[in-house]
Design a protein around this ligand. Sequence first.
Ligand SMILES: Nc1ncnc2c1ncn2[C@@H]1O[C@H](COP(=O)(O)OP(=O)(O)OP(=O)(O)O)[C@@H](O)[C@H]1O
Length: 573
Amino acid sequence: MTASPAQASARSPSPPSTSLSLRRVLFQASGRLLALGIVASLGGGAAAVGLVATINAALSTPPEGLSALGLRFAALAVLVLACRTVSLMLFVRLNQTVLARLREHVGARLLAAPYRDLERLGGGQGMALLGEDTNQVATLLVAMPFIVMNGTIVVGCLSYLAWLSWQVFLLSLVAVFGGSLCYRASRKRSQRALREAARWQDVLTGHFSAIFSGAKELKLNRARSAAFLGGPLADAIDRVRAHRTAGLSLLYLSLTIGSTLFFVVIGIILFVLQRPLGADAAVASGYTLVFLYMMAPLEGLLNSLPQMNMARVACQRIEQAAATLDADHAAPMHATVDGAAQPFRELSLHGVTHRYHRESEDASFLLGPIDMSLRAGEVVFLVGGNGSGKTTLAKLVVGLYAPESGHVTVNGRTLSGSVGAAMHREQCTAVFSDFHLFDSLVGLSGAAIDARANRLIARLQLEHKVSVADGMFSTRALSQGQRKRLALVAACLEDRPVIVLDEWAADQDPAFKAIFYREILGELRAQGKAVLVISHDDRYFDAADRMVWIENGRLTDTPPAAGPASRADVRVA
Ligand SMILES: Nc1ncnc2c1ncn2[C@@H]1O[C@H](COP(=O)(O)OP(=O)(O)OP(=O)(O)O)[C@@H](O)[C@H]1O
């Protein structure tokens, strides 16, 4: 591997704000569109109320006065149509803009969160936040013009009623108040059910992704596939169905009771109280017309309440998830190493610990306290049994986990806080055993990068399989060992002084294993890299400058009795 000059790091996107306020995202994203849409909807609603008042006036106007009213009617009808069209167009735009902004915002928030928080959140919930929940919020905006227009019509009709007869207006208010009490009584319970449905939706999303990630295991065994389909998958599908049905049914039930109440009040007014109220025929036909005209918008308004509730639950979930992502430690995305001019000499962990808490078990795994150093131009092998803590230590070394106690120094300088953590990570690159290979050299581009990538690809004997053009790999349809070689190419191109390779050679054939241990590690050493290699290949332990053993989360200065063989002639940490 040829030594190469440091590459300029890619321009990072601007950092996301540390607190996620959905209202801010919604309104900042397109406050002007929202305001215009609301104004158009209000205009449409008001014009619709004007229409009913005109119709009512026409009913009691002699024929000679009808032409003026006809003109007013036509103008109002055109206004209603125009406002409706404008508001629909604006809200469709708003819906897509907000959906895009929300996705960007949630994505950026997730990317800025500490790795440990992402592990805790889990892929299922993360995917649901980006998909289902953001969709629910944005879908509400499609319904918004109808909600605002219907709301305006109902309020306008009630005001017109008040003008026609204050007694009828007061009775109508009683109906509206009673209806809203019914709705409020059911809302809490319904929201609880909808939240539970959303929680199961996370589980379901996890199962859906298992269909792809576990395709081999499921395809190979029909009984397992059937058990998965009829067991966890069916269970999650059913729970989402049951909780969502319960939540929505409760809401619709209360809304039906509310609208029935309204019918009861209309009936009482028209058939019982008309005489006692002493309304003349014009007024009576006026409020009958208003009631009839108001029914459809009122129902529309009531029917949109469940959607508003679903969106509300989705908003709460996004906000809660954001709150669990440790905002204080969310790293600035473009932190650069202070004193980058200083060549890297050493990265050291001092009394560093990390503990995994398992909620379902009493036991927890404690790594550390760890004291160790990685020096420039040195290849260190980390050796230990399964579950001894090698990968956890590697994550601490590269800064994916922040130390729970102890501290990290680079060139003797303590790195603390979120900026220190970001600086720490800027020094490191890694290929973990569960690495992800992007389809391009994300963040790196240019002819020089392509040329260098293709040289590295040739060095790793992959030139007949894959190449890089415009930063894109020509293919990723490769064997696991070949994909790992590509991941190493991507890691080398980052030009970080510390490189961690977690059981990298495990998937390589014997011939290439020898090349890796005997040649490539030496080339990385010659480039001045500090290399930490997690390995079980005891045949090649002599390729290390220094070896470190780990057992039950603690470093040992001698190989554990039952552990991998050690060579007597390599120094111990
Ligand atoms: N995300 C996690 N949450 C909770 N516990 C974890 C997590 N990752 C690892 N552990 C636990 O921590 C311990 C150390 O795991 P680690 O992956 O560091 O071991 P390892 O030495 O790399 O093992 P292997 O050789 O099998 O890869 C194990 O007991 C494991 O069960």
